[in-house]
Ligand binder design. Structure first.
Ligand code: PSV
Ligand code: MN
Length: 424
């Protein structure tokens, strides 16, 4: 494909001037704008290896072509995202969907793209070919000790893969539960699950964390054995100080106040990580910020406030990951949108005038408190996010560049990013 370089250069310098005007305005309005830019630059969001293919529903799947066929190609795709936005510097693997056959090679390839390995995810919600025992009636909760043992061994194997890759956390999501009243004993299911988690926990290296992910429903629809944050908190507390609760935004009953859950888990030092997505009904796995951006902002307000109260590092002390995938968008475009939505919510939360908010709360000034939050939420912080990208060597407009002629012509791998990032 022929590239009209004049067209690209013209477009970029014009956009860059527009960006600089908007940034200068914000820097004038927000005294700590540069701190926010710095914090944004440090904030990395892990991409799950399973989000790179077109998703589907049980009614169908409509792949668009060009999907990565193996782990190497998935790493290349995430590397491309990271080169564009400089905020996707980690990958989260699901075993056995993505088994690193040659860990040293995979680790080196990821490092060459500037990527680290985030949490490892085990899978005892599907039967695999050749597997001795079925998970039809659950894994760690199962009444049959052999099934439980198989699930425990699988998790320990996942930890081993993670060690070889330099990961430092294991996320356990169990689909265990029941579809009908009377199908199981809640107490026995809990006790079996706890016992299994304890065996897995015992295999964790000292510097590792274990994340216990909860989900209210699906695939079980009467009870779920790790069904809500209370149950996850109970397991995590009984397991010990390497175990934490993981919040997936799509795993709650309708209208749950997720920001309050986040606040209390942080207060107790038991929030470990996040799976970002958005939803209208259930676990819809839609693009982050596409349906309820205000809720996302409120969650980030609690994250920032709660982490500051415990002197935690925003960028590194919790696991940040996207867990979304669906069937109508190009997965890479979807992920670029998701990462940007997270950065916007984070930047807006950093804008909230905490001292004023606390003062308003202390005098029960409900209106002032709402105004303070909405003042931050209604600020267009996109120039701060773009500036953080540029300062880290990313591009002004990741989606535009990805869509543009540069990518299709392969130029992006040669010089497109550098050219655009430095403003030509
Ligand atoms: C389950 O719905 C979940 O959120 C868990 O995190 C799984 O690992 C992931 O989705 C993959 O399907
Ligand atoms: Mn999840």
């Amino acid at each position: 494909m022929q590239i009209d370089q004049n067209k690209i250069d013209g477009y970029n310098s014009q956009s860059l001037r527009k960006h600089e005007r908007a940034l200068t305005y914000l820097q004038g309005e927000i005294p700590h704008a540069d701190d926010i830019i710095q914090q944004l630059g440090a904030f990395q969001i892990a991409i799950p290896s399973w989000a790179l293919g077109t998703g589907g529903t049980r009614f169908g799947r409509f792949p668009a072509g060009g999907e990565p066929r193996n782990l190497e190609e998935k790493i290349e795709d995430i590397g491309l995202l990271h080169r564009l936005n400089r905020a996707s510097g980690a990958i989260s693997l699901h075993i056995p969907w993505d088994i690193p056959e040659d860990p040293a090679h995979i680790r080196a390839l990821a490092a060459a793209h500037g990527l680290k390995f985030d949490a490892m995810n085990s899978n005892t919600f599907q039967d695999q070919p050749g597997q001795a025992h079925s998970y039809k009636f659950g894994s760690l909760q199962n009444v049959n000790r052999d099934v439980r043992k198989q699930a425990i061994e699988h998790n320990i194997e996942v930890i081993r893969h993670g060690i070889a890759l330099g990961s430092e956390s294991l996320t356990v999501w169990l689909s265990d539960g029941s579809c009908f009243p009377g199908q199981l004993s809640f107490r026995k299911a809990f006790e079996n699950t706890l016992e299994g988690l304890q065996e897995i926990y015992a295999a964790l290296p000292d510097n590792w964390k274990m994340f216990v992910e909860y989900k209210a429903f699906e695939p079980n629809f009467y009870s779920t054995t790790v069904g809500d944050w209370g149950q996850s908190y109970l397991y995590a507390s009984k397991l010990g100080n390497k175990a934490y609760t993981l919040v997936d935004l799509g795993h709650h009953l309708p209208n749950a106040n997720i920001e309050q859950i986040v606040s209390l888990l942080l207060m107790e030092g038991k929030l470990g990580g996040f799976h970002f997505n958005d939803s209208k009904y259930g676990d819809d796995d839609l693009t982050v910020g596409s349906i309820k951006p205000y809720q996302l902002f409120l969650i980030f307000c609690e994250l920032v406030d709660g982490m500051n109260a415990r002197n935690m590092q925003h960028a590194t002390d919790l696991g940040w990951m996207i867990d979304a995938s669906h069937n109508v968008k190009d997965p890479l475009e979807d992920l670029l949108q998701s990462v940007e939505a997270i950065q916007i919510a984070y930047a807006q939360a950093l804008l909230v005038d905490r001292a004023k908010l606390t003062a308003a709360q202390e005098r029960n000034d409900v209106v002032a408190a709402q105004e303070i939050l909405q003042q931050a939420y209604r600020t267009d912080v996109r120039p701060l996010v773009a500036e953080a990208r540029l300062r880290s060597g990313g591009v002004l407009d990741p989606l535009g560049v990805y869509r543009g002629e540069q990518v299709r012509a392969g130029l992006i791998r040669e010089r497109g990013l550098v050219t655009i990032a430095t403003g030509l």
